[in-house]
Design a protein. Structure first.
Length: 398
């Protein structure tokens, strides 16, 4: 019956993580998967999340099906987090928000919506981008293209080429943009560059799709929401998928949301209705527990303050690891500029290593990073950063 089914090659990131788990070498280092680890190498359980969980479990209660769009308190809290208290877009009711199964779920729901209501639109993603972006949009039946982004020569942004491409693509094309902490490169536009993109997107009648998976890992929780707020204030219509996997260490709870900022409340109501129809045809409704943790942490003043402090500590640890790796590589590779480790933001850095060098890291030194050269800085710690620097210096030196 199923002999004609193609074999699955596996997800490149998760397959590499599986290979790491099977590696018997005692000093192996996993810098591949996008998970934040503490300095002891463990995934943290945030105190703010633990207290919220304890409160919710103590309150008890039945577990009915949630509304298709998710819990109202979670959706409202997400809107306040993204756009700020009292933002005109929220107050006027022109933001349609659903609670989703992770930001992956929100990306796919949005992709299905676009396929139905913008069937002629292609999707443009940065070169490079997170591998699953392409897979999700293509899986929804959309054609995916790329726009220039990362500059191999400088480790920075090809902003002029990016603008030139976006000026030339068809109207109503969907443009996927990382709101902060670009995955996989860690290279973000400056605010001045974002301010140059906004009128271009508006004049070309393009439809931005923001991915905000790392809020709080760039500059701060508030500062990392600057892009969606600026887009809303400029009158753009756009999608934004956001996640609490990293910021609340809720990976397995699959907590995310999809918001669509519309020109007015009437259009937002239409969009919300069809997002609900899309969800109903897929997973029907999101789970309760994770969304209620998010709502509790975001709306309880004490828990919110505690959470913001914990996110700050995570962000500062990542920055400290960036600085340490940079300092060690600078000593081991005199004359070689590795300053891009300091200018990139968030969990990831593009190392500039070739596939051959990446394979040497894995085979000779048991250091695992992605084939593209993406390194998860959040996987570094005081116990493995020196070994990582030694291995990287060896392969970079040839």
């Amino acid at each position: 019956m199923f002999k004609h089914v193609d074999p699955y090659a596996g997800d490149p990131i998760l397959s590499l993580n599986d290979a790491f788990q099977k590696d018997p070498r005692p000093g192996k280092i996993n810098l591949s998967i996008g998970i934040y680890f503490e300095d002891d190498g463990r995934i943290p359980v945030l105190e703010s999340v633990r207290r919220a969980e304890t409160q919710i479990v103590a309150e008890g209660g039945p577990k009915p099906y949630q509304p298709i769009e998710g819990a109202a308190n979670c959706r409202s809290a997400v809107q306040q987090l993204l756009f700020g208290a009292g933002h005109e877009a929220v107050a006027s009711g022109r933001v349609a928000t659903i609670q989703s199964v992770g930001s992956s779920g929100s990306l796919r729901v949005g992709a299905d919506f676009i396929h139905r209501y913008f069937p002629a639109s292609g999707v443009w993603v940065s070169d490079p981008t997170w591998d699953n972006h392409r897979a999700m949009f293509e899986g929804a039946g959309l054609t995916v293209h790329t726009y220039p982004y990362y500059d191999d020569a400088t480790g920075g942004l090809r902003f002029d080429a990016m603008q030139e491409t976006l000026r030339a693509i068809p109207k109503r094309s969907v443009v996927l943009l990382h709101a902060c902490c670009h995955n996989p490169t860690g290279v973000d536009p400056t605010r001045e560059q974002w301010n140059a993109l906004i009128p271009l997107l508006r004049e070309r009648e393009l439809l931005p799709y923001l991915d905000l998976a790392y809020q709080g890992y760039g500059e701060s929780i508030e500062a990392d929401a600057w892009v969606p707020r600026a887009f809303a204030e400029a009158g753009l219509s756009f999608f934004i998928a956001n996640s609490f996997s990293k910021s609340m260490s809720l990976y397995g709870e699959r907590c995310g949301a999809l918001s669509v900022v519309c020109p007015d409340a009437a259009q937002a109501a239409l969009v919300l209705g069809q997002l609900k129809a899309t969800v109903r045809r897929n997973y029907s409704s999101p789970p309760i527990f994770g969304g209620q943790i998010v709502a509790r942490v975001l709306t309880d003043p004490a828990l919110r303050a505690l959470w913001e402090g914990e996110v700050k500590a995570m962000r500062e640890r990542i920055v400290a690891m960036r600085k340490k790796l940079h300092a060690m590589l600078s000593v081991k590779l005199p004359g070689r500029n590795v300053d891009y480790f300091l200018t990139q933001h968030g969990m990831f850095s593009y190392t500039g290593l070739s596939q051959v060098q990446v394979e040497r890291l894995r085979e000779e030194f048991a250091v695992y990073i992605l084939r593209s050269g993406r390194l998860c800085v959040a996987g570094l710690n005081s116990g493995n950063v020196e070994a990582t620097a030694v291995a990287m210096a060896a392969v970079m030196a040839g």
